[in-house]
Design a protein around this ligand. Sequence first.
Ligand code: PLP
Length: 422
Amino acid sequence: NPALTKIGAQMSNLTGVRAIMKDIIETLRAGAGQQFINLSAGNPLILPEVEQLWRDCTAELLASSEYGEVVCRYGSSQGYAPLIEAIADDFNKRYGLNLSDRNILVTPGSQSLYFYAANAFGGYTNSGELKQIVLPLSPDYTGYGGVCLFPEALIAYKPTLDIDATAHRFKYRPDFSQLSITESTGCVILSRPSNPTGNVLSDEEVKKIAALAAPYDVPVLVDSAYAPPFPALNFTEMMPVFGGNIIHCMSLSKVGLPGERIGIAIGDENLIHVLECFQTNLCIHPSRYGQAIAARAINSGALVEISKTVIRSFYQNKFTILESTLDATMPKDLPWFLHRGEGAIFAWLWLQDLPITDWEFYQQLKQVGVIVVPGSTFFPGLQEEWQHKQQCLRISLTGTDEEIATAMQRLAKVAEEVYQRA
Ligand code: PLP
Protein backbone atom coordinates (compact mmCIF):
# COMPACT_ATOMS: atom_id res chain seq x y z
CA ASN A 1 0.00 0.00 0.00
CA PRO A 2 1.37 3.44 -0.90
CA ALA A 3 1.86 5.98 1.85
CA LEU A 4 -0.97 8.46 1.65
CA THR A 5 -0.93 12.16 2.32
CA LYS A 6 -3.32 13.64 4.83
CA ILE A 7 -5.63 14.59 1.97
CA GLY A 8 -5.14 11.20 0.33
CA ALA A 9 -6.12 9.40 3.51
CA GLN A 10 -9.10 11.61 4.05
CA MET A 11 -10.38 11.24 0.50
CA SER A 12 -10.05 7.44 0.80
CA ASN A 13 -12.64 7.40 3.56
CA LEU A 14 -16.19 6.58 2.70
CA THR A 15 -18.19 9.47 4.09
CA GLY A 16 -21.83 9.82 4.95
CA VAL A 17 -24.28 8.01 2.81
CA ARG A 18 -21.63 6.18 0.78
CA ALA A 19 -20.74 4.22 3.91
CA ILE A 20 -24.40 3.23 4.35
CA MET A 21 -24.70 2.33 0.67
CA LYS A 22 -21.96 -0.21 1.17
CA ASP A 23 -23.96 -1.84 3.97
CA ILE A 24 -27.10 -1.79 1.80
CA ILE A 25 -25.39 -3.38 -1.19
CA GLU A 26 -23.98 -6.09 1.07
CA THR A 27 -27.42 -6.64 2.63
CA LEU A 28 -29.04 -7.02 -0.78
CA ARG A 29 -26.29 -9.41 -1.88
CA ALA A 30 -26.36 -11.53 1.29
CA GLY A 31 -30.16 -11.65 1.29
CA ALA A 32 -30.37 -13.27 -2.13
CA GLY A 33 -33.85 -14.71 -2.41
CA GLN A 34 -35.25 -12.41 0.26
CA GLN A 35 -37.35 -9.65 -1.27
CA PHE A 36 -36.36 -6.24 0.02
CA ILE A 37 -38.27 -3.04 -0.52
CA ASN A 38 -35.35 -0.72 -1.10
CA LEU A 39 -36.26 2.88 -0.31
CA SER A 40 -32.69 4.06 0.12
CA ALA A 41 -31.95 5.22 -3.39
CA GLY A 42 -31.00 8.75 -4.32
CA ASN A 43 -31.22 7.63 -7.93
CA PRO A 44 -34.39 8.97 -9.56
CA LEU A 45 -36.58 6.44 -11.38
CA ILE A 46 -36.46 6.33 -15.16
CA LEU A 47 -39.77 7.78 -16.33
CA PRO A 48 -40.71 6.76 -19.90
CA GLU A 49 -41.48 10.33 -21.04
CA VAL A 50 -38.14 11.53 -19.74
CA GLU A 51 -36.17 8.73 -21.39
CA GLN A 52 -38.02 9.43 -24.65
CA LEU A 53 -37.08 13.11 -24.48
CA TRP A 54 -33.38 12.25 -24.30
CA ARG A 55 -33.72 9.64 -27.05
CA ASP A 56 -35.35 12.22 -29.32
CA CYS A 57 -32.71 14.86 -28.58
CA THR A 58 -29.98 12.30 -29.22
CA ALA A 59 -31.54 11.28 -32.54
CA GLU A 60 -31.65 14.93 -33.61
CA LEU A 61 -28.05 15.42 -32.58
CA LEU A 62 -26.92 12.29 -34.46
CA ALA A 63 -28.65 13.50 -37.59
CA SER A 64 -26.98 16.88 -37.45
CA SER A 65 -23.51 18.08 -38.40
CA GLU A 66 -23.09 19.17 -34.78
CA TYR A 67 -22.38 15.60 -33.67
CA GLY A 68 -18.72 15.48 -34.73
CA GLU A 69 -18.16 18.92 -33.26
CA VAL A 70 -19.55 17.75 -29.94
CA VAL A 71 -17.85 14.39 -29.43
CA CYS A 72 -14.64 14.74 -31.46
CA ARG A 73 -13.44 18.09 -30.15
CA TYR A 74 -12.15 19.58 -26.93
CA GLY A 75 -14.26 22.50 -25.78
CA SER A 76 -14.13 25.59 -23.64
CA SER A 77 -13.62 25.02 -19.94
CA GLN A 78 -16.69 27.10 -19.21
CA GLY A 79 -18.98 24.60 -20.91
CA TYR A 80 -20.58 24.02 -24.31
CA ALA A 81 -21.57 27.40 -25.77
CA PRO A 82 -25.03 26.36 -27.11
CA LEU A 83 -26.03 25.11 -23.63
CA ILE A 84 -24.78 28.26 -21.94
CA GLU A 85 -26.69 30.35 -24.47
CA ALA A 86 -29.84 28.27 -24.03
CA ILE A 87 -29.76 28.77 -20.27
CA ALA A 88 -29.05 32.50 -20.50
CA ASP A 89 -31.94 32.98 -22.98
CA ASP A 90 -34.38 30.88 -21.01
CA PHE A 91 -33.57 32.36 -17.59
CA ASN A 92 -33.47 35.94 -18.88
CA LYS A 93 -36.99 35.50 -20.28
CA ARG A 94 -38.35 33.40 -17.46
CA TYR A 95 -37.01 35.41 -14.53
CA GLY A 96 -36.37 38.82 -16.10
CA LEU A 97 -32.60 38.52 -15.64
CA ASN A 98 -29.74 40.01 -17.58
CA LEU A 99 -27.37 37.04 -17.75
CA SER A 100 -24.52 36.89 -20.23
CA ASP A 101 -22.39 33.83 -20.97
CA ARG A 102 -19.93 35.06 -18.32
CA ASN A 103 -22.46 34.39 -15.59
CA ILE A 104 -22.70 30.68 -16.34
CA LEU A 105 -20.45 27.67 -15.79
CA VAL A 106 -21.15 24.05 -16.69
CA THR A 107 -19.49 21.38 -14.54
CA PRO A 108 -19.33 17.55 -14.62
CA GLY A 109 -22.27 17.13 -12.21
CA SER A 110 -23.15 19.61 -9.49
CA GLN A 111 -21.21 17.64 -6.86
CA SER A 112 -17.99 18.89 -8.46
CA LEU A 113 -19.26 22.45 -8.21
CA TYR A 114 -19.50 22.14 -4.42
CA PHE A 115 -16.02 20.67 -4.37
CA TYR A 116 -14.61 23.64 -6.29
CA ALA A 117 -16.44 26.19 -4.15
CA ALA A 118 -15.65 24.49 -0.83
CA ASN A 119 -11.95 24.58 -1.61
CA ALA A 120 -11.70 27.86 -3.48
CA PHE A 121 -13.58 29.78 -0.77
CA GLY A 122 -13.18 27.50 2.29
CA GLY A 123 -9.96 26.30 3.95
CA TYR A 124 -6.76 28.18 4.80
CA THR A 125 -5.90 31.58 3.32
CA ASN A 126 -2.34 32.66 2.49
CA SER A 127 -2.09 34.20 5.93
CA GLY A 128 -3.13 30.93 7.58
CA GLU A 129 -6.63 32.00 8.51
CA LEU A 130 -9.31 29.28 8.36
CA LYS A 131 -12.29 30.22 6.21
CA GLN A 132 -15.38 28.27 7.15
CA ILE A 133 -17.90 26.55 4.92
CA VAL A 134 -21.22 27.22 6.60
CA LEU A 135 -24.28 24.99 6.28
CA PRO A 136 -26.98 27.21 7.74
CA LEU A 137 -29.56 24.48 8.33
CA SER A 138 -28.55 20.98 9.42
CA PRO A 139 -29.62 18.31 8.33
CA ASP A 140 -28.58 18.86 4.74
CA TYR A 141 -27.12 16.97 1.78
CA THR A 142 -24.63 14.35 2.97
CA GLY A 143 -22.41 14.99 -0.06
CA TYR A 144 -21.28 18.31 1.45
CA GLY A 145 -19.47 16.24 4.10
CA GLY A 146 -16.76 15.04 1.76
CA VAL A 147 -16.10 18.07 -0.44
CA CYS A 148 -13.67 19.96 1.76
CA LEU A 149 -9.95 19.20 1.73
CA PHE A 150 -9.85 20.65 5.25
CA PRO A 151 -12.76 19.04 7.08
CA GLU A 152 -12.27 21.31 10.10
CA ALA A 153 -13.60 24.13 7.88
CA LEU A 154 -17.10 22.64 7.65
CA ILE A 155 -19.58 23.95 10.20
CA ALA A 156 -23.33 23.40 10.35
CA TYR A 157 -26.07 24.96 12.45
CA LYS A 158 -28.97 23.33 14.26
CA PRO A 159 -32.38 24.49 13.01
CA THR A 160 -35.48 25.45 14.94
CA LEU A 161 -38.45 23.10 14.66
CA ASP A 162 -42.03 24.09 13.84
CA ILE A 163 -44.06 21.23 15.28
CA ASP A 164 -47.70 20.46 14.61
CA ALA A 165 -48.27 17.80 17.29
CA THR A 166 -51.85 16.86 16.40
CA ALA A 167 -51.10 16.50 12.70
CA HIS A 168 -47.80 14.62 13.38
CA ARG A 169 -45.98 17.01 11.05
CA PHE A 170 -42.97 19.28 11.50
CA LYS A 171 -40.72 21.62 9.56
CA TYR A 172 -37.18 22.90 10.04
CA ARG A 173 -36.35 26.58 9.86
CA PRO A 174 -32.97 28.30 9.94
CA ASP A 175 -32.17 29.46 13.46
CA PHE A 176 -31.15 33.05 12.83
CA SER A 177 -30.46 33.56 16.54
CA GLN A 178 -27.54 31.12 16.25
CA LEU A 179 -26.41 31.35 12.62
CA SER A 180 -23.10 33.19 12.45
CA ILE A 181 -21.68 34.50 9.19
CA THR A 182 -18.59 36.66 9.68
CA GLU A 183 -15.27 37.63 8.09
CA SER A 184 -14.09 34.07 8.82
CA THR A 185 -16.82 32.58 6.63
CA GLY A 186 -15.60 31.40 3.23
CA CYS A 187 -18.90 30.36 1.67
CA VAL A 188 -22.40 29.19 2.55
CA ILE A 189 -24.07 26.12 1.03
CA LEU A 190 -27.67 24.93 1.33
CA SER A 191 -30.01 22.74 -0.69
CA ARG A 192 -33.46 24.02 -1.69
CA PRO A 193 -35.58 21.86 -1.95
CA SER A 194 -33.53 19.90 0.55
CA ASN A 195 -32.13 16.42 0.30
CA PRO A 196 -32.79 14.70 2.77
CA THR A 197 -35.78 16.50 4.30
CA GLY A 198 -37.89 17.83 1.42
CA ASN A 199 -37.81 21.23 3.13
CA VAL A 200 -38.00 24.39 1.05
CA LEU A 201 -36.57 27.51 2.63
CA SER A 202 -38.79 30.50 1.92
CA ASP A 203 -37.65 33.19 -0.53
CA GLU A 204 -37.29 35.54 2.47
CA GLU A 205 -35.12 33.07 4.40
CA VAL A 206 -32.77 32.71 1.42
CA LYS A 207 -32.57 36.48 0.97
CA LYS A 208 -31.90 36.93 4.67
CA ILE A 209 -29.01 34.45 4.59
CA ALA A 210 -27.61 36.15 1.46
CA ALA A 211 -27.91 39.53 3.18
CA LEU A 212 -26.00 38.26 6.24
CA ALA A 213 -23.20 37.10 3.94
CA ALA A 214 -23.12 40.11 1.61
CA PRO A 215 -21.16 42.53 3.85
CA TYR A 216 -18.25 40.04 3.89
CA ASP A 217 -18.50 39.25 0.14
CA VAL A 218 -19.24 35.67 1.06
CA PRO A 219 -20.79 33.63 -1.78
CA VAL A 220 -23.98 31.71 -0.97
CA LEU A 221 -24.42 28.55 -3.04
CA VAL A 222 -28.06 27.61 -3.34
CA ASP A 223 -28.10 23.96 -4.39
CA SER A 224 -31.15 23.81 -6.62
CA ALA A 225 -30.81 20.18 -7.78
CA TYR A 226 -34.59 19.74 -7.19
CA ALA A 227 -35.79 23.28 -7.89
CA PRO A 228 -37.83 24.80 -10.72
CA PRO A 229 -37.75 25.31 -13.66
CA PHE A 230 -36.27 21.79 -13.97
CA PRO A 231 -36.68 19.23 -12.45
CA ALA A 232 -39.37 21.35 -10.73
CA LEU A 233 -39.52 18.96 -7.78
CA ASN A 234 -41.10 21.59 -5.56
CA PHE A 235 -44.58 20.84 -4.19
CA THR A 236 -44.91 24.29 -2.72
CA GLU A 237 -44.50 27.71 -4.34
CA MET A 238 -40.90 28.87 -4.53
CA MET A 239 -38.95 31.39 -6.60
CA PRO A 240 -35.29 30.88 -7.40
CA VAL A 241 -33.27 33.79 -6.01
CA PHE A 242 -30.54 35.36 -8.16
CA GLY A 243 -28.04 38.15 -8.01
CA GLY A 244 -25.44 39.64 -5.69
CA ASN A 245 -23.48 37.02 -3.79
CA ILE A 246 -25.84 34.13 -4.65
CA ILE A 247 -24.53 31.32 -6.84
CA HIS A 248 -27.56 29.47 -8.14
CA CYS A 249 -26.51 25.84 -8.70
CA MET A 250 -28.44 23.36 -10.80
CA SER A 251 -28.16 19.75 -11.90
CA LEU A 252 -29.59 17.70 -14.75
CA SER A 253 -29.36 14.53 -12.66
CA LYS A 254 -33.01 14.56 -11.58
CA VAL A 255 -34.31 15.15 -15.09
CA GLY A 256 -32.97 11.86 -16.36
CA LEU A 257 -29.29 12.60 -17.02
CA PRO A 258 -27.48 11.56 -13.80
CA GLY A 259 -24.97 9.55 -15.80
CA GLU A 260 -24.09 12.39 -18.15
CA ARG A 261 -22.86 14.47 -15.19
CA ILE A 262 -24.10 18.00 -15.82
CA GLY A 263 -24.10 20.72 -13.21
CA ILE A 264 -24.68 24.42 -13.84
CA ALA A 265 -23.67 27.46 -11.81
CA ILE A 266 -25.20 30.90 -12.36
CA GLY A 267 -23.75 33.92 -10.60
CA ASP A 268 -21.53 36.97 -10.55
CA GLU A 269 -18.88 36.75 -13.26
CA ASN A 270 -15.96 37.09 -10.83
CA LEU A 271 -17.22 34.16 -8.77
CA ILE A 272 -17.91 32.11 -11.90
CA HIS A 273 -14.38 32.85 -13.12
CA VAL A 274 -12.82 31.47 -9.91
CA LEU A 275 -14.82 28.26 -10.25
CA GLU A 276 -14.00 27.96 -13.96
CA CYS A 277 -10.25 28.16 -13.29
CA PHE A 278 -10.58 25.48 -10.61
CA GLN A 279 -12.36 23.29 -13.13
CA THR A 280 -9.74 23.84 -15.84
CA ASN A 281 -7.04 22.62 -13.47
CA LEU A 282 -9.09 19.66 -12.36
CA CYS A 283 -10.62 18.22 -15.53
CA ILE A 284 -10.37 20.77 -18.39
CA HIS A 285 -14.12 20.66 -19.08
CA PRO A 286 -17.19 18.46 -18.71
CA SER A 287 -18.28 16.00 -21.38
CA ARG A 288 -20.16 17.69 -24.22
CA TYR A 289 -22.64 15.09 -25.47
CA GLY A 290 -24.98 15.55 -22.52
CA GLN A 291 -24.67 19.32 -22.80
CA ALA A 292 -25.61 19.23 -26.48
CA ILE A 293 -28.81 17.27 -25.90
CA ALA A 294 -29.64 19.41 -22.85
CA ALA A 295 -29.35 22.57 -24.99
CA ARG A 296 -31.93 21.13 -27.40
CA ALA A 297 -34.33 20.15 -24.61
CA ILE A 298 -34.12 23.61 -23.05
CA ASN A 299 -34.49 25.50 -26.34
CA SER A 300 -37.57 23.50 -27.35
CA GLY A 301 -39.20 24.05 -23.97
CA ALA A 302 -39.67 20.29 -23.56
CA LEU A 303 -37.47 19.98 -20.49
CA VAL A 304 -39.43 22.54 -18.48
CA GLU A 305 -42.74 21.13 -19.71
CA ILE A 306 -41.94 17.52 -18.77
CA SER A 307 -40.61 18.65 -15.41
CA LYS A 308 -43.87 20.43 -14.59
CA THR A 309 -46.31 17.91 -16.02
CA VAL A 310 -44.59 14.55 -15.47
CA ILE A 311 -41.73 14.60 -12.97
CA ARG A 312 -43.29 16.80 -10.30
CA SER A 313 -46.67 15.06 -10.15
CA PHE A 314 -45.04 11.64 -10.17
CA TYR A 315 -43.09 12.25 -6.96
CA GLN A 316 -45.76 14.40 -5.32
CA ASN A 317 -48.14 11.48 -5.71
CA LYS A 318 -45.58 9.14 -4.08
CA PHE A 319 -45.35 11.49 -1.12
CA THR A 320 -49.13 11.52 -0.76
CA ILE A 321 -49.19 7.72 -0.65
CA LEU A 322 -46.43 7.70 1.95
CA GLU A 323 -48.06 10.25 4.22
CA SER A 324 -51.56 8.81 3.99
CA THR A 325 -50.23 5.34 4.82
CA LEU A 326 -48.36 6.66 7.84
CA ASP A 327 -51.43 8.62 8.98
CA ALA A 328 -53.52 5.46 8.72
CA THR A 329 -51.08 3.04 10.35
CA MET A 330 -48.80 4.88 12.79
CA PRO A 331 -50.12 4.76 16.39
CA LYS A 332 -51.66 8.15 17.21
CA ASP A 333 -50.12 8.26 20.68
CA LEU A 334 -46.52 7.91 19.48
CA PRO A 335 -44.44 11.07 19.01
CA TRP A 336 -43.76 10.58 15.29
CA PHE A 337 -43.41 13.57 13.00
CA LEU A 338 -43.16 13.60 9.25
CA HIS A 339 -41.36 16.58 7.74
CA ARG A 340 -43.65 18.67 5.54
CA GLY A 341 -43.24 17.34 2.01
CA GLU A 342 -42.35 20.51 0.15
CA GLY A 343 -40.17 18.97 -2.55
CA ALA A 344 -37.34 16.63 -3.63
CA ILE A 345 -37.66 12.83 -3.83
CA PHE A 346 -37.52 11.90 -0.16
CA ALA A 347 -39.61 11.82 2.97
CA TRP A 348 -37.98 12.57 6.32
CA LEU A 349 -39.42 10.96 9.44
CA TRP A 350 -38.57 12.05 12.97
CA LEU A 351 -39.24 9.56 15.77
CA GLN A 352 -38.99 11.69 18.89
CA ASP A 353 -37.59 9.98 22.04
CA LEU A 354 -36.87 6.89 19.97
CA PRO A 355 -35.65 4.30 22.52
CA ILE A 356 -32.96 2.99 20.12
CA THR A 357 -30.67 4.72 17.65
CA ASP A 358 -31.58 5.41 14.02
CA TRP A 359 -28.94 2.87 13.02
CA GLU A 360 -30.57 0.17 15.19
CA PHE A 361 -33.99 1.09 13.82
CA TYR A 362 -32.58 0.76 10.29
CA GLN A 363 -31.33 -2.74 11.20
CA GLN A 364 -34.78 -3.73 12.54
CA LEU A 365 -36.45 -2.48 9.38
CA LYS A 366 -34.09 -4.66 7.35
CA GLN A 367 -35.43 -7.63 9.35
CA VAL A 368 -38.89 -6.96 7.92
CA GLY A 369 -37.51 -6.47 4.41
CA VAL A 370 -37.48 -2.67 4.28
CA ILE A 371 -34.42 -0.56 3.58
CA VAL A 372 -34.30 3.18 4.32
CA VAL A 373 -31.35 5.42 5.23
CA PRO A 374 -30.59 6.19 8.90
CA GLY A 375 -30.79 9.94 9.37
CA SER A 376 -27.59 10.50 11.35
CA THR A 377 -25.58 10.54 8.10
CA PHE A 378 -27.24 13.82 7.06
CA PHE A 379 -25.71 16.12 9.63
CA PRO A 380 -22.26 16.86 8.13
CA GLY A 381 -20.44 19.61 9.99
CA LEU A 382 -22.73 19.46 13.05
CA GLN A 383 -20.37 18.34 15.80
CA GLU A 384 -22.50 19.01 18.85
CA GLU A 385 -24.47 16.30 20.61
CA TRP A 386 -28.14 16.38 19.67
CA GLN A 387 -30.39 13.36 20.21
CA HIS A 388 -32.48 14.41 17.22
CA LYS A 389 -29.57 13.30 14.99
CA GLN A 390 -30.25 9.68 16.01
CA GLN A 391 -34.04 9.90 15.67
CA CYS A 392 -34.61 10.39 11.95
CA LEU A 393 -34.90 8.33 8.78
CA ARG A 394 -34.75 9.26 5.11
CA ILE A 395 -37.23 7.37 2.97
CA SER A 396 -36.82 7.55 -0.79
CA LEU A 397 -39.93 8.12 -2.92
CA THR A 398 -38.50 5.97 -5.70
CA GLY A 399 -40.50 2.81 -4.95
CA THR A 400 -43.72 1.69 -6.64
CA ASP A 401 -46.98 2.83 -4.99
CA GLU A 402 -47.46 -0.64 -3.50
CA GLU A 403 -43.88 -0.82 -2.22
CA ILE A 404 -44.19 2.54 -0.49
CA ALA A 405 -47.51 1.64 1.14
CA THR A 406 -46.32 -1.79 2.27
CA ALA A 407 -43.03 -0.44 3.57
CA MET A 408 -44.79 2.25 5.64
CA GLN A 409 -47.20 -0.32 7.11
CA ARG A 410 -44.23 -2.43 8.19
CA LEU A 411 -42.42 0.61 9.51
CA ALA A 412 -45.45 1.54 11.62
CA LYS A 413 -45.46 -1.93 13.17
CA VAL A 414 -41.75 -1.84 13.94
CA ALA A 415 -42.11 1.62 15.48
CA GLU A 416 -44.99 0.46 17.69
CA GLU A 417 -42.97 -2.52 18.96
CA VAL A 418 -39.83 -0.49 19.54
CA TYR A 419 -41.58 2.15 21.66
CA GLN A 420 -43.60 -0.54 23.54
CA ARG A 421 -40.52 -2.52 24.44
CA ALA A 422 -38.88 0.52 26.04
N1 PLP B 1 -27.09 18.21 -4.35
C1 PLP B 1 -28.13 17.53 -3.89
C2 PLP B 1 -29.06 18.17 -2.92
C3 PLP B 1 -28.33 16.21 -4.31
O1 PLP B 1 -29.37 15.50 -3.83
C4 PLP B 1 -27.42 15.61 -5.22
C5 PLP B 1 -27.58 14.22 -5.67
O2 PLP B 1 -28.35 13.45 -5.20
C6 PLP B 1 -26.35 16.39 -5.68
C7 PLP B 1 -26.22 17.68 -5.22
C8 PLP B 1 -25.33 15.86 -6.63
O3 PLP B 1 -25.87 15.78 -7.88
P1 PLP B 1 -25.03 15.71 -9.24
O4 PLP B 1 -23.57 15.74 -8.93
O5 PLP B 1 -25.46 14.43 -9.87
O6 PLP B 1 -25.47 16.92 -10.01
